[in-house]
Every structure is written in C-alpha cells, then in structure tokens.
Design a protein around this ligand. Sequence first.
Ligand code: KG4
Length: 335
Amino acid sequence: MKILAFESSCDETAVAVVEDGRKVLSDAIASQVDIHALYGGVVPEIASRKHVEVIAALTEQALREAGCTRKDIDAVAATYAPGLIGAVLVGLSFAKSMAFSLGVPLIPVHHIRGHIAANYLAFPDLEPPFLALAISGGNTLIIDVRDYTDMVILGATRDDAAGECFDKAARVLGLPYPGGAPMDKLAQQSAGGVYQLPHAQVSGAELDMSFSGLKTAVVNLGHHAKQVGEELDRAALARDFAQAVSDELVPRVMKAAQMTGRKTIVAAGGVAANSVIRADLERACVAQGCQLYLPPLRLCGDNGAMIGAQGYYEYLAGNTAGMELNAYATRDIAE
Ligand code: KG4
C-alpha cells in the first residue's frame, strides 16, 4: 500500500511516499529554518505562507522521486495535530484535496505518533510494545506504546519542552536558531562540570518533568556575566546544560521501564539527536538490560516519511477521516 504523506506542523514542509509503513520511496523536505533564524524563532504566519508556496511543487517532487504517478497512491496521510495551527492547516487542507480528488482514504496522523514511527523506518524488527521518549521542540513525553495506535502518557513536561529549552539556552550563548544542534557541537568541546544547574522534581508525579527553571537559570547566568563583565565558559555551559536536560529525561524513562516492566526503549523527535542524551540512554539501557532504539539523525527531525509510516498503522486500525476533519494546535497522543 502506497501512502502519500504530508507534514507541515512547524517550519518544515515535508511530503513523502511510503510503502506498507516501512519502506520510504521518497522523502522531500523544504526547510524554512533560514527565514525563521532571522527572527530567532519560528514566526507562525510566515511558516504558514511558506508552506503554501512550496507544498504543490514538493508533492510533485515526492511523486517523481518515488517513481509514482497519482494513480499509484492508495491513501493520503497528514499531520492533523499538534502544531502551529495555521501551518498544520496548510498541509491538512492540501492533503484533503488530494485524497478527495484521487478518491482515496484520508488518514489523520498525530505528529508525535509520527516521530515515534520514524523508528519503524529505521528498524524493520521494531514492534510495539515499547516505551517511547518523545523529545522535540514542542513536546516532552514518556509514552507507553502498547500497540501501533494504542498509547498512554506516563510522564510529561509541566512547562517548556526540552527542545524549546535548548533553543532558549542557545540564544543566551549567542548561537543561531534552532539552537539544539549548534549547542550539541559546542558542548563536545568541553567536559563540563563548571556550572551548577537546577534539577526539577514534580512532587507526587515522579515521571513528570519541568524545564522552565533550567531555562531561567541559564538566562540568569547570561545576564549576571554581562552585568559583572565576566566571560561565560560557553562550551562548559553548553555541556553542563545538555547534561542537566539529560538528567531530567534519562532516569525518568528508565524508572518508567522499571514500573511497567518494559524492556524496549525508543527515542524520538529532534532532541533525540543530542549526543549527550544518546550516550546516557545507551549506558542506562545496558545497565538495566533494556534494548534501545535510537533513530538515525536524519529521522529525528520533522519529515514526511514518519507520517507515512504511522499513517499505515492508523489505516490498518481503521482510523480514517472524512472531509470534515479539522486541524488542532494541541491534542493528546492517546486520543
Ligand atoms: O522534532 P523537531 O524537528 O520538531 C518538532 O516537532 O518540534 O525538533 C526540533 C527541536 C528544536 O528545538 C532543536 O533545537 C532540537 O530539536 N534539536 C536538538 C538537536 N538537534 C535538534 N536539541 C538538542 N541536541 C541536538 N543535537
């Protein structure tokens, strides 16, 4: 079954053709990062307009690279939530018109379910159940993936997402948006151990997380250094910051594994590209006898193929939609 899949929830327009949920026939992406970098973050209205500009040509590219014509497409999948509402609407509306004109089913896909499904593309043997650590620019979740379309949130951030926190801390260090990857590069130049950063605990909810205090601590360090005319050890701060984020995430997902008895852990989302978090997950999984799946870097960030992968399993579960399907800025992964 060939699925034409659309992703447009933030600043990447992405269109892919995926066969039977596991085989990527094409994966076309148009990134808007350079434009948003001028503003230090994503400007939602600009994101929507850029999606409109490129989505038709990108669809042609995805079909061409897959060696397909429209007639070969069996279903259309699209991210319908969560994300910047105007941005999601562009991809979803285009997908609806495509499904309608081709007379094929329309499959709504939750963006975070898509991030998790990126692992099905990289690891043919991976099947639920497993625990997923989904860490991106807008979400930070520990999820019990009981089946392809049956998920329960075990822990979540109470405030900022891990990726958002990386982006804000990077700004303090004078790094460009999106700051996660350049922070990671800078952190590799230091062993850290210089800055004491806060570690949050949510009382009564040991799997929940908080990143706003950590973000504020870095902002305050930046302000203080400026006021007293001190130079920050930027590499050490980047390293200590990555460690502080990792210390929020990794012990909690390992605790969730103990609590649920799950022996397989899967990372997902843009922040899953982080080298400190990847190394800590590897060590912790070896120590606890868990099998770890880390998506290759190219599948960590937003892409269309992950939506095609999850779309296949949503289709098998009967989760298709009519033309009345709406887009949502927020939506529980379990819905
Ligand atoms: O999954 P993604 O591409 O988009 C969303 O769905 O949000 O994630 C983007 C986030 C950004 O905050 C970016 O700074 C972060 O992932 N990121 C990283 C790294 N690469 C990207 N964060 C830490 N370390 C990285 N190597």
